[in-house]
Structures are given as C-alpha cells and as structure tokens.
Design a protein around this ligand. Structure first.
Ligand code: GLN
Length: 475
C-alpha cells in the first residue's frame, strides 16, 4: 500500500500556516509523484506548468490573507468533466482533441476556492465500464497490485488518490463508478444524492443517474468537496437548492443499520469480502449500533433494470457525437450518411457501441413496452422499497463489490455480463437516486476491500459521520 504524504487538506493547511510547506513545494511534490508513477496510466494529462504558476499565485494569496477555503488542495479530475481551455475526451478517440469551452459548475466552485487541478484522469470510455479497460488510451494499473484493475469507470481518479498523485480527485458515478474503484483502491468514494451537485459540464452518460462526486483519503475532504460543489445551478434543472450542513463529527452517535441479507447469501460473493462484511457487522454491534438483517428481494432485477435504463439514455446522449457538430470527423466522410457512419464506427470503442445499440433497441417502437417501460416501473419499485427501508433505518449496508480487484485482461474482461455483475451492489443507490459511500475496511492478500452504505436522500452528512466511525475500527 502506498502511504500518503498528506492525510487531508486540514493537515496541509496547518503545515502551510506554520510555514513548513507552501503550495509551490506541494506542487513540486505532486508533479514528481506523477512522473514517478506514469506507468500506472492513471493520468491522461498533467498540467505541469500551469500547476506551478497557479501554486505561486495561491502562495501570494495566502500571504495576503485572501486565499480561498481550498488553498493547498491538489485535485485531479476525471476526463469527462469540462475545464475551460483544457482537453476533455471521456477517454474516447471520438473526442481526442476536443477542448472544453466552459468549466463544469462543480469544478468552477472548487476553483473559486483556490483548488488547483493537477491533471485529467483516465477512465472507461464515456464512463461505461467497471475496470477502466474500456479506455481508448490504455488500461490503468491498481497501485496495490499492478496486475489488477483499479475498477471503473473512475479508475484513474481512484488510482491518482491511491498512489498520491494528488490529494483528492473527482469522479462521476452513474451505477457505481466512484464507489467501486474506491473499493478496489482503498480510498473513500462518495456518490451524492441525485441532484445534489450540478451536472453542467459533465459529459452525459445516463442523465437521470449521473452524479459528480469526490474520491479522497479522508472523510473531512469528502465533506468539504461536497459542501462546496453542492447547490442549485441554473444550468442544470435537476440540481437541488437543498443546503448541505457542514460536516459534523460525532463518534458517539448510534445508528440503526440494516444489512443486506441477499448480499450475504449471494453466490458470487468472494469469501474474503464476505469475511470483511461479517467483521464490520460485528464491529458495529460491539460499538453499540442497532444492526439488523434486512431482505431486499430485488437483487436480481437491479442490474438488468439499470442496463436497460442507462443504455437507453446513453443512446440518446451519445447521438451528438456524429462527426458533424461534435466528434472527430472521419477522413472517409463524403456525405451526411458516411460522416455519421464512418465517424461513429471509427471513433467509438466496442463497449460504447454495444451500449448505443442496446439502448436503441430497448427504445425501438416494437420493444419499448417490453424493456424500457418495464424497466421504468421496476426502477420506481426499487426506489419505493429502498426508501421504505430507510424509514426504519439510517443506512442500508452491503459490500461495495462482490470481489476484490480482478486481473487486468482476465476472465471478466472477456464477458460483458460478468463485468456488469460487478455493479450488483452499487446500482441500487443509483436507481433510487440515494446517496452512498464506499469505505475501506479490510485488506486481503494486499488488495483493499470496501463496504457500502446507502443513506436517506440529502443526508450525506450522516453517511460521512458513519464512514468516519467505521474508519476507527481495527481491521
Ligand atoms: N460499471 C457501470 C457501468 O458500466 C457503472 C458506470 C458508472 O457509474 N459510470 O455502467
């Protein structure tokens, strides 16, 4: 495991205030970490010169007493988040040379508080995947074991935090893309409530699911990032004006926790993950929390429902990349039809094509009722049943993923259905629009294991407090 030089922004800011370090020195450190770890392929681009000049500028602001709340924070962003004047490719060939013309609202808010963006992170193409192997720019290695995947789709973001290439990173989560890689890399990954953070400037995959969120090493940093990114944005009609209360840390607070019976009995659950799950349940009980087994009988329906809904939305969202207005135009384009056909055939990878075709199929007139409409009804049911559990409990607990990080280019990578099942525990919160967090609780044969907590709508603070309590347990 890589030990991080700095545990949190609070620690960095303390050192800065004691003049034991400066933003310029931190910039040198993180840039050298990036150079040393290039082979992990976590970053598609590092903004070297810019990072140095911004650090110098923020050092001046600190001296003048005008620095923002995030002065000293070095942030990496997933390559599907727009940053004006910088490239954003969603790890796809079709957008390889595309530059953002504006900055995502969430990122803009962080920049206004003086966060520094160190670079953009590799990910699965258009955020579709669970292993980061679908990137057009090569796979990412897990720093805990370089023969293993880092998870996906925010695999680069997770490894950037894991390998200390930055302090914190932004990912996006549609069905688990922040939480699953967090679990595989021993980091903390938070998917906020749907609507909590503006999606303006996030390249869309499935708009009724997508959320930007933080990947961090400390609960405090996750809370801080959430607080600053959250809130109403007139550029995203689904963003909520619900206020985020500042993080409260109360280690003595006792919670009511339901843990998933089906997860425990699930055939695909690896033994090491099962042991970590049981261990956490025991620790929570010993700590005085009210822990109860709870059945949620839709485990088998969730992955199919998720894939029908998200591929449908993706087929519509990705239609803009045609070589006309957006997307690299094929050199073989001669007329409108060949522009569309050639540009899309050459520009998209295999998995993205599979999903566009699946999505087009489930939305087609003959099959709309059988698939899309039905999936919508199942989604409603999952939402209702999830909320029902959370009327009686503060959290719903299960493992984040059924296994630890798997082999790069291994069995799973050859079978899309197997890969889709990596999302079995994370898609519930996505379908229901609820907040959820992955917390590292154990390590098995050098590989991290994360546990997953889902909470009530807009109650991320309790999730973060619970995560903080869990991190105090011995593993
Ligand atoms: N693995 C899931 C998928 O491929 C989740 C992706 C995501 O959350 N962006 O759809």
């Amino acid at each position: 495991m890589v030990t991080k030089k700095y545990a949190s922004l609070a620690q960095i800011q303390l050192l800065i205030s004691q003049e034991k370090t400066s933003c310029s020195e931190l910039a040198e450190y993180y840039l050298s970490q990036n150079k040393k770890n290039k082979h992990l392929n976590a970053m598609l681009e590092v903004f070297d010169n810019e990072v140095l000049s911004q650090a110098a500028l923020i050092d001046q602001k600190i001296k003048a007493g005008t620095a923002g709340k995030l002065a000293g924070m070095f942030l990496a962003i997933k390559d599907n988040i727009c940053y004006k004047g910088h490239r954003v490719s969603a790890s796809s060939k079709i957008l390889e040379n595309f530059k953002s013309t504006y900055t995502a609202t969430a990122l803009k808010r962080l920049l206004e508080e003086d966060a520094i963006v160190i670079g953009r992170c590799n990910c699965d193409e258009f955020a579709m995947g669970a292993s980061n192997e679908n990137s057009a720019f090569g796979h990412v290695k897990n720093a805990a074991d370089e023969t293993k995947v880092p998870g996906g789709s925010s695999g680069g973001s997770a490894v950037a935090v894991q390998a200390d290439l930055c302090l914190v990173a932004l990912g996006s989560d549609t069905g688990g893309s922040i939480r699953q890689p967090a679990s595989f890399t021993g980091t903390i990954g938070l998917k906020p409530t749907y609507g909590r953070i503006s999606r303006s400037g996030l390249l869309a995959y499935a708009s009724s699911f997508d959320q930007i969120g933080p990947i961090t090493s400390s609960v405090e940093d996750a809370a801080l990032l959430l607080e600053i990114m959250a809130g109403k944005d007139e550029l995203d009609a689904t963003s909520s004006s619900n206020k985020v209360a500042p993080l409260f840390i109360d280690k003595s607070k006792k919670y009511k926790i339901a843990y998933s019976k089906e997860a425990l009995e699930s055939e695909g659950l690896e033994l090491s993950v099962k042991s970590a799950y049981l261990e956490l349940i025991k620790n929570l009980e010993n700590d005085g929390h009210d822990v109860v087994e709870q059945s949620f009988p839709f485990l088998e329906q969730m992955v199919p429902c998720y894939y029908v809904m998200t591929t449908a939305e993706a087929s519509s969202n990705l239609s803009r990349y045609s070589g006309m207005l957006y997307g690299t135009r094929s050199e073989q384009a001669k007329d409108i039809e060949s522009t569309f056909k050639k540009s899309r055939s050459e520009g998209f990878g295999k998995e993205v094509k599979r999903r566009i075709m699946t999505g087009t199929f489930v939305l087609s007139a003959d099959f709309y009722e059988a698939y899309y409409s039905k999936a919508q009804r199942v989604r409603k049911l999952i939402q209702q049943e999830s909320n029902k559990i959370l009327e009686n409990f503060d959290f719903f607990l299960c493992p984040t993923t059924p296994s630890t990080a798997f082999d790069i280019d291994g069995e799973k990578s050859k079978d899309p259905i197997q890969m889709y099942l990596a999302d079995i525990f994370t898609v519930q919160a996505s379908l229901a629009g609820l907040p959820a967090i992955s917390v590292p609780t154990a390590i098995h044969e050098g590989l991290p294991i994360g546990m997953h907590l889902m909470g009530r709508s807009f109650e991320e603070n309790d999730l973060l407090n619970m995560a903080n309590i869990i991190l105090t347990y011995d593993s």
